[in-house]
Ligand binder design. Structure first.
Ligand code: MLT
Length: 423
């Protein structure tokens, strides 16, 4: 096979280099296309566009493969801690025991959020969506933590990893009208988050190891997913040399949409609506098949996984284990398993590859862990943070140019201004 593709445009023929990735993925390099031909490409939603060469995450949507830095998601979810995976993503290799201890200790040294940031936080309305609060707080960090004079981003990376769980739990406490909890650095990353979420001045919270292990797994499964919408946003914003905080804050906003991270919240809201309507899952399965019903089954199918989402397989087992270990018997979760069983056995869904995805099961586990629905997307953001950081760092290390897509203009052709009294 030749290492270039040939393109003919009228009587002009040009050769475009072919790039091959380490997993034999192929791409046609069109960097010189416009200069040599005057043409650009159109690819709405960038479905066929590789925005970068990346060494972080490999994903094969046909085979259902997901690997971080070469390690399978199945193995990492089974054996690693979230901070180990964060280190792997950000620095490229699994940490030694010494590197891990230094990483964990530096994070612990920075878990406290500047008290003046609380004043900003206190101005948000009680019913504010925690994703809006989180993105604003992360953006505000650029004003409070100006960084290392050497220009290194190391300290900002540690600060983000350390403070994000604290700020996330503040937004929840605010919505409850409860005082915030401060970090307890004798706890591990996941247990510390749970303690800040659920401890009350009148009732100390005992971290359940089942809950903490499930959270660890969920965060690992969400830690990176190559060039998805929020990650592409982080890289694009960062390509203008905006700060790490500004870039991550933009990523949080991109994640908040119901077509991206907001989907896990939509899943539980859909299940609650079905329950409120009598819990007739067969009726909703029929509505999902009827294009005119206006009903959309949330949490089924995926843009890049064509056969199954490997994260969903792991998370489904974790969901079953958590529900059994915690002895949970929730009618909404019963509706979820009925929908899941119906969709997996129904020819309509099977033919269209509409299998439950990671958002379907993550919503179920978060609910079982007692995490309120509008915090689900925040949980996704905490998990995705090391992936965003790693991708931002890679973009900078590669000295990638500022992102600047072009367009095909389809508006009015030149015309003359007409004064208002003559229009
Ligand atoms: C993700 O994990 O970012 C989502 O599954 C969305 C995506 O990859 O497009």
């Amino acid at each position: 096979m030749s290492d270039f593709a040939e393109l003919s445009l009228g009587d002009k023929r040009i050769q475009l280099p072919v790039i091959t990735g380490t997993e034999d993925e192929k791409a046609i390099d069109i960097a010189k296309l416009r200069d040599e031909t005057g043409y650009i490409t159109i690819d709405s939603g960038y479905k066929n566009t590789g925005a970068t060469k990346s060494a972080i995450t490999f994903l094969d949507g046909e085979l259902g493969i997901l690997r971080y830095r070469g390690y399978s998601i199945e193995e990492l979810a089974e054996k690693a801690s979230f901070l180990e995976v964060a280190y792997l993503l950000i620095y490229g290799e699994l940490p030694t025991a010494e590197q891990y201890a230094t990483f964990e200790n530096s994070i612990k040294m920075h878990t406290i959020v500047n008290e003046d940031m609380r004043k900003i936080f206190e101005g948000f309305p009680v019913n504010a969506h925690p994703m809006g609060v989180l993105s604003a707080m992360v953006c505000a960090m650029s004003a409070f933590y100006t960084g290392d004079k050497s220009g290194s981003d190391e300290l900002n990376i540690i600060r983000l990893m350390a403070k994000m769980p604290s700020m996330a739990t503040w937004s929840y406490k605010k919505s409850q009208g409860h005082p915030v909890n401060y970090p307890n650095n004798s706890l591990d990353y996941c247990s510390n988050f749970l303690n800040m979420m659920f401890a009350l001045p009148v009732a100390p919270y005992q971290v359940d190891p089942v809950v903490s292990a499930a959270l660890n797994k969920l965060l690992i499964l969400h830690a990176d997913h190559e060039q998805n919408c929020s990650t592409s946003t982080v890289r694009l914003v960062g390509s203008s040399h905006a700060s790490l905080y500004a870039s991550i804050s933009a990523g949080i906003n991109a994640l908040s949409g119901p077509l991206h991270g907001g989907a896990n919240q939509e899943v539980i809201e859909m299940l609650e609506a079905i329950k409120a309507d009598g819990g007739d899952t067969a009726k909703y399965i029929a509505m999902a098949k009827d294009k005119n019903s206006g009903f959309r089954l949330m949490g089924f199918g995926h843009r890049v996984y064509k056969n199954f989402d490997p994260r969903a397989r792991i998370i489904k087992k974790a969901a079953d284990d958590v529900l059994a270990a915690l002895g949970i018997n929730d009618p909404v979760l019963k509706i979820a398993s009925e929908l899941e069983a119906a969709a997996l056995s129904d020819e309509y869904f099977v033919a269209r590859k509409l299998y439950p995805n990671v958002d379907f099961y993550s919503g179920i586990i978060y609910r079982a862990l007692g995490i309120p629905t509008d915090m689900f997307t925040v949980m996704f953001a905490i998990g995705r943070l090391p992936g965003w950081i790693a991708q931002w760092k890679e973009m900078k290390a590669n000295k990638e140019p500022i992102g600047r897509p072009r367009q095909v203009y389809v508006g009015a052709t030149p015309r003359e201004y007409v004064s208002m009294d003559q229009r």
